[in-house]
Design a binder for this molecule. Structure first.
Ligand code: NAD
Ligand code: KPL
Length: 289
């Protein structure tokens, strides 16, 4: 079985490494061959040669671009994808494949909780550092995973198949919708959301808006987005959130696929979210869209 990889950044490199370890051939989609170095949290260093695109039909694809890059990156590949293609969407946020022209591939949603960053390698290529190895969840709503999942999970630490992936995505989206924009706006690390109590009224109001929408969409919604966001801010206190990092670097943020997705779902339900709308506008003023 051959896998193509679209987006050989932090998570794409990690996926290429674990797929390779599991014995699957991986090559880039839409890009020529390149090299990656990967340092794992145990200090081991792995050099990868990523094969360039072969322009063959794509049967299995890992999409690991930033959410906003998805449709643009997939556009030149459309003729090579079909309804039998399996696409793993290894991204934060939701809705990045909305508007993908038919026939839609079979999409497996993935939630990564690990933390990775990268730097240029002298002489070309990139060096990805996996700073924290945490659970990764895959799912497509079915209880049985595809045949390739078991060998992959033997090599990818803490990789789990989840039947309730949709709920898990919303649980992640809900906390990202609080921590990421607030830390971007106030240019603070995640832990400051606990210590800066002046932010708490806003944090609670934003979280209540999230709960209002999610509880209508998901029968098992547990509520208490504020409590879960504060607990995650505590667990990742020293982290710079990905949105704060994007704003600082002048990159497009993923707010349209986190808070923006929430707002679109709320509008579909006829619910107004004034706090979230203001937050999106404020972050939008800091970063390119
Ligand atoms: P990244 O910027 O490191 O990687 C994206 C890659 O996509 C880059 O290598 C870029 O060159 C490539 N790309 C962009 N457009 C392309 C195109 N048209 N064709 C081919 N390649 C293209 O991003 P990342 O940190 O790996 O994040 C990917 C997703 O995973 C995001 O949604 C992010 O929020 C999520 N995530 C990241 C982390 C982390 O620790 N880095 C953790 C959890 C979730
Ligand atoms: O997912 C994150 C992000 O920064 O995108 C958290 C968990 C909030 C860690 O910073």
């Amino acid at each position: 079985m051959h896998w193509h990889l679209l987006g050989a950044g932090n998570l794409g490199t990690l996926a290429a490494f674990y797929f390779g370890q599991a014995g699957f051939a991986v090559r880039l989609a839409g890009r020529s061959a390149t090299r990656r170095r990967l340092t794992l949290p145990d200090g081991t260093v792995h050099d990868l040669q990523l094969a360039g695109d072969d322009n063959a039909p794509i049967t299995h694809l890992v999409l690991a671009t930033k959410a906003a890059q998805s449709l643009g990156a997939l556009a030149p590949l459309r003729a090579r994808l079909n309804a039998d293609t399996t696409l793993i969407r290894l991204q934060n946020g939701l809705g990045s494949l909305d508007g993908l022209p038919a026939p839609s591939p079979h999409i497996i949603e993935a939630i990564a909780n690990s933390g990775a960053w990268r730097e240029a390698l002298p002489g070309g290529g990139e060096h990805v550092h996996l700073a924290a190895q945490n659970p990764t969840l895959f799912g497509d709503g079915h209880s049985t995973p595809p045949d390739w999942f078991a060998p992959l999970a033997r090599h990818w630490p803490q990789l789990h198949w989840r039947t309730d992936i949709h709920l898990q995505q919303w649980l992640k989206l809900s906390v990202n919708a609080i921590i990421n924009p607030l830390t971007a706006l106030h240019d603070c690390d995640n832990g400051a959301l606990l210590t800066d109590t002046a932010l708490h009224p806003r944090l609670h109001a934003l979280a209540a808006e999230v709960d209002q929408v999610a509880s209508q969409l998901l029968p098992d919604w547990p509520g208490d987005t504020a409590g879960r966001a504060l607990a995650l801010a505590h667990a990742t206190a020293a982290n710079t959130s990905s949105m704060r990092a994007d704003v600082r670097a002048g990159r497009v943020t993923e707010i349209d696929f986190i808070n923006g997705y929430l707002l679109r779902e709320a509008a579909r339900l006829g619910i107004a979210l004034p706090g979230q709308a203001r937050l999106i506008a404020e972050v939008g003023a800091l970063a390119p869209r």
